[in-house]
Design a protein. Structure first.
Length: 322
């Protein structure tokens, strides 16, 4: 196993719900052995904060093609901005940071935050201005959280941080360098649209990190963007994964919540992914507003290849399993 701390220089430029930074060492051990040989295309249909993306780009120099996607246009705009205009973004962020940190009063800082949030939601902004405000809000909002209301407006309240790092110049430059080195293609679409971007002749590895299914009926863990992601969407994703498994040279890994650990009778994922390899990994959830509801729990890691032999599960085997 590689030393992640020694090599992991580029990292997520934004905090995003369900980020995989803490799980990288576990995910690495479950990657297909095929990645360590031939060149391959890497695809992420739900890129989010990009922890897995930046890890993969640093871990595997033999990646020859990268496609990332997310339904959230503010997020994909940020990726494009960091790839194409890091200097301009840093200049803008430093200006906001200097202005914000010069404010001593917490009430005045809150007023400044609310005004920046209004601008982000209501003003016509350039891509650079939009990304700068997104990163500012992410660093200064409550719990470092991104959340939208039903109208697609960012609605997280003010967070009381004394000296937040608003402009992380080294991370922006490191991320930009990787996005350009691999000429990462950035899409803003439905996850199924990545199908036409699969390399028909070469080897493909796809990592799915969709909005997690709520562990209880009262939680809304996947409702952080206006589109949501309900059980019908989860089923569509599972069917899409079966469609991918019918193709040659397509391996995939998928993360989601372990609902049966909370409720043994809730075998939703075990049913819709029956026939695939299902592992459990340990993670810490830190997004809950109530500290006593945070902590370690298991998550599911589902793959269309086996743990030891790392063999691709054929469509014929899936039909037998079903």
């Amino acid at each position: 196993m590689s030393n992640i701390k020694a090599t992991y220089n580029a990292k997520p430029f934004i905090k995003w719900v369900g980020g995989k930074g803490q799980l990288l060492s576990q995910l690495e051990t479950l990657l297909p052995l095929d990645l360590y040989g031939e060149e391959f295309s890497y695809i992420e249909p739900f890129v989010g904060g990009g922890a897995m993306l930046f890890f993969m780009l640093q871990k595997f120099p033999n990646i020859r093609r990268v496609v990332i996607n997310d339904i959230n246009s503010n997020l994909t705009n940020a990726y494009c901005t960091i790839k194409e205009a890091p200097e301009e973004l840093i200049y803008r962020l430093k200006h906001i940071e200097q202005k914000y940190l010069s404010i001593i009063s917490e009430d005045k800082r809150k007023e400044f935050y609310i005004e920046m949030r209004r601008c982000f939601n209501e003003e016509q902004l350039t891509c650079i201005e939009k990304t700068a405000l997104l990163l500012f809000l992410n660093r200064t909002c409550f719990n470092g959280l991104y959340r939208e209301n039903a109208r697609g407006k960012f609605n997280v309240p003010f967070g009381r941080y004394l000296s937040p790092t608003i402009c992380n110049e080294s991370v922006i430059y490191a991320d930009s360098e990787l996005l350009n080195r691999f000429n990462v293609q950035i899409l803003n679409s439905d996850f199924k649209d990545i199908y036409k971007h699969i390399d028909a002749f070469g080897f493909n590895f796809i990592y799915f990190d969709p909005p997690y299914r709520p562990l209880t009926t009262t939680s809304s863990f996947n409702n952080y963007v206006k589109e949501g992601f309900n059980d019908d969407d989860q089923l569509k994703l599972a069917n899409f994964c079966r469609q991918l498994s019918a193709r040659d040279k397509v391996l995939w890994m998928l993360s989601n919540s372990d609902c049966s650990s909370k409720n043994p009778s809730d075998t939703f994922f075990e049913e819709i992914y029956r026939g695939f390899d299902i592992q459990r990994v340990y993670a810490s959830r830190m997004v809950n507003a109530q500290a006593n509801k945070r902590g370690k729990l298991t998550e599911l890691l589902i793959r269309n290849y086996r743990s030891k032999a790392q063999k691709h599960i054929s469509e014929a085997q899936l039909k037998i399993a079903l």
